[in-house]
Design a protein around this ligand. Structure first.
Ligand code: 5AD
Ligand code: SF4
Length: 363
């Protein structure tokens, strides 16, 4: 049933108040959104993020340490069947060197991201994590290395890893099957996320916007999934095609809908850590700033060695130079300060909601 603009705003007010909507309500908002409704939502998203994090923007140094992957996701340029990729792995020493550089640039979180690469056994990865924590005890280490068994997640946590990013990609089982070969299952992905959370990691899930075959119903399911998992972080970026994948001919997702989903996520999880993603900045030169103005509070510049950046292509034209590059953090700070926000030197840990802050009484 068609809703009046006033009723749609009331749904946004309800989400702000109760941090919860039904799947039908999320779907209604996504389908009926207009520029006016988005402006109303973005203003609320900014207000809520400022209640928890003020004007602060957290930076994370992203180190893409292996582009080998045993998986074959249909959307990703690093998929196993893409034989056109020159594969690489960074050594422990190379990773530590990038952390050193990152530390001197003001980074206090390092994100180690890679494909699912069996070479990085628990033993090898734990040694890397221990090395970083020993050299930079005031820094957080985030891992983003896909699905592993629970024991492995536990070992890595005991070695000092603080956070783990594992996007769920889509919460709808049928849609998951259209984006992945049958060897990958959404149930397994969700099992991993719950295991990570129970071990004690700060956990990030996330999804692509505008991935092939996605409908507003699927996005509403993603919101309900996020609402139930209550992760500490959520990574949301537009789908962008890669020329050497089965989705080469598909359209990219839209910046506008991505911003809408970021803002809905901010109202659902008021104190969530929400990055303005590289994919958003790739599609729109102002994507990062627009993300921050829609409720995002994290940016993740590329801290990989420059020589490997062009080999970590999840999608075509992926930004890794200019202010996507960690070396350009001073310019990034300037650009961000123009939005009224400020990059800080801080681990940027999750702030657990307290009744006082929830009610907007924080100083
Ligand atoms: N477009 C946008 N995002 C992508 N990812 C992988 N391939 C693409 C693509 N073509 C995202 C996935 C994955 C993360 C590391 O990058 O969501 O979880
Ligand atoms: Fe591998 Fe991740 Fe790409 Fe899937 S999205 S193919 S798991 S690197």
């Amino acid at each position: 049933m068609k809703k009046e603009p006033r009723e749609l705003k009331e749904l946004i007010d309800k989400l702000e108040r109760e941090n919860r909507l039904s799947e039908d309500e999320f779907e209604t908002l996504i389908r009926a959104r207009t520029p006016e409704l988005s402006a109303y939502l973005f203003e609320k998203a900014r207000k809520v993020r400022e209640r928890f994090y003020g004007k602060k923007v957290f930076i994370r140094g992203l180190i893409e340490f292996t582009n080998h992957c045993r998986n074959n996701c249909y959307y990703c340029g690093l998929r196993r069947e893409n034989l056109g990729v020159e594969r690489y792995r960074l050594s422990r020493e190379e990773i530590l060197e990038r952390c050193s550089l990152g530390y001197s640039l003001g980074f206090r979180t390092f994100v180690l991201q890679g494909g699912e690469d069996p070479y990085f056994s628990d033993e090898r990865l734990c040694e890397i994590v221990r090395g970083i924590k020993a050299s930079f005890p005031d820094c957080a280490v985030t891992l983003s290395v896909g699905e592993r068994d629970e024991e492995s997640y536990r070992r890595l946590f005991e070695a000092g890893a603080d956070r783990y990013l594992l996007r769920h990609e889509t919460a709808d089982e049928g849609h998951y099957g259209m984006l992945h070969p049958p060897t990958q299952s959404p149930a397994e992905r969700k099992r991993c996320l719950r295991a990570l959370k129970s071990i004690g990691y700060q956990v990030g899930c996330g999804f692509m916007v505008g991935s092939p075959y996605q409908t507003p119903r699927h996005l509403a399911r993603d919101m309900v999934f996020v609402q139930e998992l209550r992760p500490h972080m959520v990574g949301i970026g537009p789908f962008i095609p890669h020329h050497a994948t089965p989705f080469a001919g598909e359209a990219a997702g839209s910046v506008e809908l991505t911003l809408f989903m970021l803002a809905l996520t901010r109202l659902t999880l008021p104190s969530v850590l929400l990055p303005a993603t590289t994919a958003l900045a790739t599609l729109d030169p102002k994507g990062r700033e627009k993300g921050l103005l829609s409720g995002a509070n994290v940016v993740m510049p590329n801290l990989s060695p420059p020589a490997v950046r062009s080999k970590y292509l999840l999608y075509d034209n992926k930004a890794s130079t200019g202010i996507e590059s960690a070396e350009a953090v001073e310019r990034l700070k300037e650009v961000i300060s123009e939005t009224g926000y400020t990059v800080v030197v801080d681990r940027g840990d999750f702030v657990p909601p307290t009744p006082d802050i929830e009610a907007g009484r924080a100083s």
